[in-house]
Design a protein around this ligand. Structure first.
Ligand code: ZN
Length: 134
C-alpha cells in the first residue's frame, strides 16, 4: 500500500494553481474532467505521491457540497492497493462502513472506492488500483 495522493477541494482550480504550481513550484502533469464524479482534477506530483486539486463542475458535485459545508481544504487521502475488491470485502466483513461496495472508475484510469469518514475517524479515505487489474 502507498499514499497515492492527497485530494484538496478548491473553489477555483486556476486560482489554486497560482499557489501550488506558480508560487510553490510544483509541476502540473495532468488535468482531467471526471464527469461521473462531477469534478475537474489537476495532479501535481510531489516525491512518491501527488497533490490532487478538485474543482466542482456543477452544483451537484460532491466537491461543491463539501465546499458549501466545510469550505475549501483537504478533502481525502488516497491509498493505492492491489486487490481493491477483496480489500473492500474484508473491510465490509470487519464492519467498516463503506461509501462504495464496488470499485468505480476514477481519474487516471484507476478504479476507486471510498470508505465512510464515520469509520475512519473523520478522514475520507479513497482506495485505488489501476483499472486493468480490476
Ligand atoms: Zn482522489
Amino acid at each position: 500500500m502507498k499514499l497515492d495522493h492527497l485530494g484538496i477541494a478548491v473553489a477555483d482550480l486556476d486560482v489554486a494553481l497560482e499557489f501550488w504550481r506558480d508560487a510553490l513550484g510544483l509541476e502540473l502533469t495532468h488535468v482531467e474532467v471526471v464527469e461521473s464524479e462531477g469534478v475537474r482534477t489537476a495532479f501535481l506530483p510531489i516525491g512518491d505521491t501527488c497533490i490532487e486539486l478538485l474543482e466542482a463542475i456543477d452544483d451537484s458535485s460532491p466537491i461543491a457540497k463539501h465546499i458549501a459545508k466545510r469550505g475549501p481544504g483537504i478533502h481525502h487521502i488516497c491509498l493505492a492497493i492491489d486487490g481493491l475488491q477483496s480489500k473492500l470485502d474484508s473491510l465490509n466483513s470487519a464492519g467498516v462502513r463503506l461509501v462504495d461496495n464496488k470499485p468505480r472508475p476514477g481519474a487516471h484510469q484507476m478504479n476507486i472506492a471510498f470508505l465512510h469518514p464515520k469509520a475512519t475517524g473523520g478522514v475520507l479515505v479513497e482506495l485505488a488500483e489501476p483499472g486493468d487489474k480490476a
